[in-house]
Ligand binder design. Structure first.
Ligand SMILES: [Zn+2]
Length: 188
């Protein structure tokens, strides 16, 4: 076989692939997602978004309220992956001030907000070796077209802020996915 016919290594995230870690079939770039902020004290059972209330405890796909005093939104923290068109996404929860939370609720259905931030918040989910038990300061960017808000780590020296800026290798992504029990498809 001549050198020029040597194919580039197959994109491990092309199409659907059978995960050698968890045994499920994943689609394309795989994301990780948290169903609730880590401090959520109850079972992670979600009510409909439309039932949202600002008192007591509430959890839905996109909103969370604790003790009527702490307000969270489901967001996505993206990390570019070298050589991949799609970014890796970590679905996670950030706090918002009560005022910004109400702004988010008001604009949610039409994805039209009184202002487009960035709002400030605290990321309240652990992420592999990036984020530990302590919440991390983030900027929250509401998105058009009913996309979930995106997060950027504020502290410029934080490893996650650097990786969000510069991207990570596919190997580093596998390291992170392995942490959660996923592994590249067995080939051949
Ligand atoms: Zn898996």
């Amino acid at each position: 076989m001549s050198w020029f016919r040597r194919a580039k290594p197959a994109n491990p995230f092309a199409g659907s692939w059978a995960c050698a870690g968890c045994g499920e079939v994943h689609q394309g770039m795989m994301d990780l997602a948290a169903l609730a902020p880590d401090p959520w004290p109850h079972e992670r059972i979600q009510e409909p978004n439309s039932a949202v209330r600002l008192d007591g405890d509430f959890l839905s796909e996109d909103f969370c309220v604790m003790s009527g005093r702490h307000f969270f939104v489901r967001a996505v923290l993206e990390i570019p992956v070298h050589g991949q068109a799609e970014k890796f996404g970590f679905g996670c929860w950030s706090t918002l001030s009560c005022a910004n939370f109400e702004k988010y609720l008001d604009g949610f259905d039409n994805a039209d907000f009184a202002d487009w931030g960035p709002w400030t918040g605290w990321l309240c989910n652990q992420l592999e070796t990036y984020i530990g038990a302590d919440p991390e300061g983030v900027h929250v960017y509401p998105q058009p077209d009913r996309q979930r808000p995106t997060l950027r780590v504020v502290s410029p020296g934080h490893r996650l802020a650097i990786d969000q800026e510069q991207g990570i290798s596919v190997e580093r992504l596998w390291e992170m996915l392995r942490f959660y029990g996923h592994a590249p498809a067995k080939r051949g």
